[in-house]
Write a protein that binds this ligand. Structure first.
Ligand SMILES: CC(C)(COP(=O)(O)OP(=O)(O)OC[C@H]1O[C@@H](n2cnc3c(N)ncnc32)[C@H](O)[C@@H]1OP(=O)(O)O)[C@@H](O)C(=O)NCCC(=O)NCCSC(=O)C[C@H](O)C(=O)O
Ligand SMILES: [Mg+2]
Length: 292
């Protein structure tokens, strides 16, 4: 499975200091588990959370779920030691907060020098400055472990002094530009969290919006959000069926060498073939996960 076909429909945060939540995570239907050392952890719990995150990664037992440690920033009293500990633990990825520009990516890359090669660098996109450096932050992926972005809409709202309305109007430009910049550099990109634990109707709506925007998945703060989110980001039966029809049409001998076809009354070009192949690859990866 290529990294870009890997299902990352749901990424559940939890404070690494919450042993019960971390234990529960081993059985939850989340594609990604994010052990947080940053905003979900009070200053007096930072060291205990770091130790717990390292112990959890080393103990394993998360099955097919990707396991990610979110560290504190290098500009905090905990950041450097968090990154050192995370590098030694060797999770699937280390997620770093409040990256502003490419120089920040390179600083985090340097701090992860001792990490095993499989440990990727993921960065939060959640500062006003980052909004104006998206392309160069993405470009840093060419020479670093950077492979994914995670939107931090709470921090963006705080910095912009914007309201988090149901339609997320204040954030639409940055959400859209971040997806475009991520795709321009071959990065995965996950949407921000939905803060209202109980309003599942609103969750369904923002998940649909994120799918429309092209996000790979969404970060979450509560297990109650997993089912809706996984469903929203899974290709539907209709989409899978249509993709298979497009793939079959281009594979037919009579269509060899053709760039555009009429398929069931619609135009299909080779770019649609690429989309169809990716959608089928993702759906097969999800099916394999469900079966395993
Ligand atoms: C938000 C919470 C503090 C709510 O906690 P609580 O009210 O105690 O939850 P429940 O009683 O409903 O919990 C029911 C059971 O589910 C387990 N649980 C709850 N949340 C999680 C979780 N995130 N992962 C795993 N398991 C979880 C409870 O343990 C209960 O289990 P049981 O007793 O066996 O029934 C809490 O949900 C929470 O801490 N959520 C995560 C908060 C977090 O990590 N925040 C940081 C990331 S968000 C962010 O910073 C985004 C970004 O940076 C930005 O800027 O936007
Ligand atoms: Mg944040």
């Amino acid at each position: 499975m290529t990294d870009l076909a890997r299902p990352r429909r749901s990424a559940l945060y939890m404070p690494a200091s919450n042993a019960k939540a971390v234990e529960k995570a081993r059985t939850l239907d989340a594609d990604v588990i994010i052990l947080d050392l940053e905003d979900a952890v009070a200053p007096e719990m930072k060291l205990a959370a770091r130790e717990a995150a390292v112990a959890a990664v080393k103990a394993g037992g998360f099955g097919p779920r990707e396991i990610v440690i979110r560290t504190n920033g290098l500009d905090t009293p905990w950041g450097a030691d968090d990154l050192k500990a995370a590098a030694e633990a060797g999770p699937d990825a280390v997620l770093v907060p409040k990256v502003n520009d490419a120089a920040d990516v390179h600083a985090y890359e340097a701090a992860l020098h001792a990490a095993p090669l499989h440990t990727r660098l993921w960065t939060m996109i959640e500062t006003a400055k980052a909004a104006f450096h998206l392309w160069e932050i993405g470009e840093a992926a060419r020479t670093t472990r950077l492979s994914a972005w995670v939107m931090g809409v709470n921090d963006l709202a705080k910095e912009m002094r914007a309201r988090q309305t149901p339609g997320r109007e204040a954030f639409l430009p940055i959400l859209s530009l971040a997806v475009a910049a991520a795709r321009g550099h071959g990065l995965s990109i996950l949407d921000g969290v939905h803060n209202d634990i109980e309003d599942l109707t609103a969750l369904e709506s923002v998940c649909g919006q994120a799918v429309d925007f092209g996000f790979d998945g969404k970060t979450l703060i509560h297990p109650k959000h997993l089912e809706i989110c996984n469903r929203a980001f899974s290709p539907s039966d209709d989409e899978i069926a249509w993709s298979r029809v497009v793939i079959a049409a281009f594979a037919a001998p009579e269509n060899a060498g053709k760039g555009a076809l009429r398929v069931e009354g619609k135009m299909a070009e080779r770019l649609h073939l690429v989309q169809a192949e990716r959608l089928v690859a993702v759906s097969e990866a999800i099916a394999a996960k469900t079966a395993g």
